[in-house]
Each structure stands twice: as C-alpha cells, then as structure tokens.
Design a protein around this ligand. Structure first.
Ligand code: E4P
Length: 218
C-alpha cells in the first residue's frame, strides 16, 4: 500500500517527505482553508516536495465548470490529479476529463456502488471515507473492505485510496485488506512511528554509549 499525505500544510509535508515514505499527497478545500497563500502556489510547492500524484479539488458544481476547473488545475503540474465529488455532476466531469487523459480522484465515496460508478466513469482513484462513517457510528473500515473486495474481483484499473483516515489502526487495517493507497494526516504519521520501547531503547543506547566514552576518557 502506498502512503499519501493528507494536508496542505507545507511544513508538515516537508517534514514527512524527509522520512522518504511519501508516494503522493491529497488536499481538499477544508485543508486549504487552514493555510495561508495562493492556492496554485501551494499546489506547485506540494508537487516539488512530493514526487507523486497530488490531488487538487474542484469546487464547481456543474459539469462544464467542473471540467474547465479540472483542466486548469491539471495544467499547473503534471503531478496534479483532479479531485471531484462522487455525484451525478462529478461522474459526468470525470468521464470528460478521463477522455482527455486527465487523472481524476473521485472523493466523498461512501459505498461500493458509488466506487463502481467512479471506476466505470474512468477515475484513476476512488476515495472511500473511513472516519466520517465512524463519526456517525458506522463501521468505516467495513465499508472500505467491501470496496476493496469488489475491486479485487473486478477488472477495474481504478486505485482504491483510503481517505478520512483518523487513526494508525485505520492505516494498518487498510493495508491488511489490500487498499492501494491510504492518505494520512501528519498527526497520524507521527502516531504510526511512535513506540515507547523504541524511544526508551534509543535513550538507553545513547546513555550506554556516553558512559563508555566517559570511561575511555578517564
Ligand atoms: C482526502 O482526500 C479527504 O478529503 C480527507 O481524507 C477527508 O478527511 P476528514 O474526513 O478527516 O476530513
């Protein structure tokens, strides 16, 4: 499973990119609203930091405007993947952009049937949301599993991109079930890495090394 970062915060992207674990990035209007600066400049900088697909979301709500906005976003950088909602209009715009060779990530996908429609419209990625299901007391991972299973049994080229990831358990379970990609907030990357025994072990080794040097100097 490939790991994307789910943020528009450039400092966070730069930090996690430095770990060498990123294969792409995703943004959305809410994440962009949390940072300052020109949107296109932010997309360009993310593309410099992450050598992989970078999702940029369309905010129009009719097919012709979605298509022209999608074309404009795709022209910013060859890494840009246009993000469109899993709606009637989103499907129409996805199929139009896909015919032009522009990659689309269909977002706000909640069911296997929505994912099948997204794949059939030519989406390069479909983004089932996990956390927002959990928010309404439903099993987000269970819904993701249905989609992964349906896609494994079908001939779709579309990649399943686990989104709305809120916990390290979401990441681990998405990997176990065979999702192609998980897009992960910076905080969850840190939670995935941290283990108290690793931290304690590093401290102990450093203390022992310092003690040995001190003995040699004595
Ligand atoms: C990414 O593509 C999605 O927009 C994002 O993962 C949504 O996450 P949230 O449900 O935590 O806002």
């Amino acid at each position: 499973m490939k790991l994307f970062i789910d943020t528009a915060n450039l400092a966070d992207i730069e930090e996690i990119a430095g770990w060498g674990v990123l294969s792409g990035a995703t943004t959305n209007p809410t994440l962009l609203a949390q940072v300052e600066g020109d949107e296109d400049d932010i997309y360009r900088r993310i593309c410099e930091l992450v050598d992989g697909p970078v999702s940029a979301e369309v905010v129009a709500d009719d097919v012709p405007t979605m298509v022209s906005e999608g074309r404009r976003l795709a022209a910013i950088d060859p890494r840009i993947v246009v993000k469109l909602p899993t709606s009637r209009e989103g499907l129409g715009a996805t199929s139009a952009l896909a015919r032009e060779g522009i990659r689309v990530n269909m977002t706000l996908c909640f069911t296997a049937n929505q994912a099948i429609l997204a794949a059939s419209a030519g989406a390069a990625y479909v983004s089932p949301f996990i956390g927002r299901y959990d928010d309404i007391n439903e099993d987000g991972l269970g819904h993701l599993a249905e989609i992964v299973e349906a896609f494994a049994a079908s001939a779709f080229d579309t990649q399943v991109l686990a989104a709305s990831v809120r916990t390290p358990v979401h990441v681990m379970e998405a990997a176990r079930m065979g999702a192609d990609v998980a897009t992960i907030p910076p905080k969850v990357f840190h939670q995935m890495l941290h283990h108290p025994l690793t931290a304690a072990g590093i401290d102990q080794f450093n203390r022992d090394h310092a003690a040995r040097l001190a003995r040699k100097d004595a």
